[in-house]
Design a protein around this ligand. Structure first.
Ligand SMILES: [Zn+2]
Length: 254
């Protein structure tokens, strides 16, 4: 049941036939894990909080730096030096005190990912390295948890939704294989347009909401590629890779 305040706050969602009161109740009881309160995580967390997601787990072991503020709109100048997970909780509480934030000021990895994610319904990965992405994707697969994965380059972005355990659907490793992080290439050196991270992060929040309250066309098995230099958005169909190490590992489990 929604309170009078909730009916008012979420009126623009509730009036949508695709969401309605039942969809809003589902959002309000949902538990979403967000990996990385950075350029992608910031707008995603804000929109998830505004949408009234019941619980948001913010997993990030970093502190806010001045150079983050060009794109990480969750934070302000006064947050510099504060743990991102804690600052995210403060920002969400200001926006929507009805949302419970669980700040996890730790790095997620292959050893702890199952434990950190297992209570969530959906995981949104906006992290900045492959080691984390693969740990999150493998855990999400094991837990049968939908994964919304978003990434950006200087002027390009990618967004996918993965439910690799479903017949014919690709997992994250079907797309990327087993990539290694290139220490020469990271955000600090290559730069990234702030508003681009806002665009992709907002779309990632939308896909989390679509996962919780299905509407329109399912994004699982498709990949959005945004090229902001030419201002072109394309959506590709991702096939399941028959030799995928992620999917094979799963099928080998008795
Ligand atoms: Zn796979």
């Amino acid at each position: 049941m929604l309170t009078d305040d909730q009916l008012d706050r979420y009126a623009r969602h509730i009036v949508l036939k695709e969401i309605g009161g039942a969809g809003q109740v589902r959002l309000s009881s949902a538990d979403v894990a967000v990996i990385g309160a950075g350029g992608i995580g910031s707008p995603a967390i804000l929109y998830l909080a505004a949408a009234g997601i019941g619980t948001i787990r913010v997993i990030d072991d970093d502190v806010v730096a001045l150079s983050n503020l060009q794109r990480q709109v969750l934070f302000g100048s006064g947050d510099v030096g504060t743990a991102k997970a804690e600052a995210a909780m403060t920002a969400v509480t200001r926006l929507n005190p009805g949302v419970k934030v669980i700040p996890i000021n730790a790095r997620i990895d292959a050893a702890n990912a199952d434990l950190m994610l297992r209570e969530a319904d959906v995981v949104l990965d906006g992290s900045d390295n492959f080691a984390t992405r693969l740990a999150v994707a493998d855990a999400a697969y094991r837990l049968r948890m939908p994964l919304v994965s978003a990434a950006v380059g200087p002027f390009e972005g990618q967004l996918g939704v993965y439910r690799g355990w479903e017949a014919g659907r690709p997992c994250y490793r079907c797309l990327v294989g087993a990539p290694q992080d290139d220490p020469e290439r990271n955000c600090a050196e290559t730069g990234v347009l702030g508003a681009l991270t806002g665009t992709i992060g907002s779309l990632a929040a939308l896909e989390v909401i679509r996962t919780l309250v299905p509407f329109g066309e399912d994004m699982a098995g498709r990949l959005l590629i945004a090229d902001l230099l030419s201002m072109r958005f394309r959506t590709l169909t991702l096939p399941k890779d028959p030799a995928c190490p992620g999917c094979m590992a799963e099928t080998c489990v008795p």
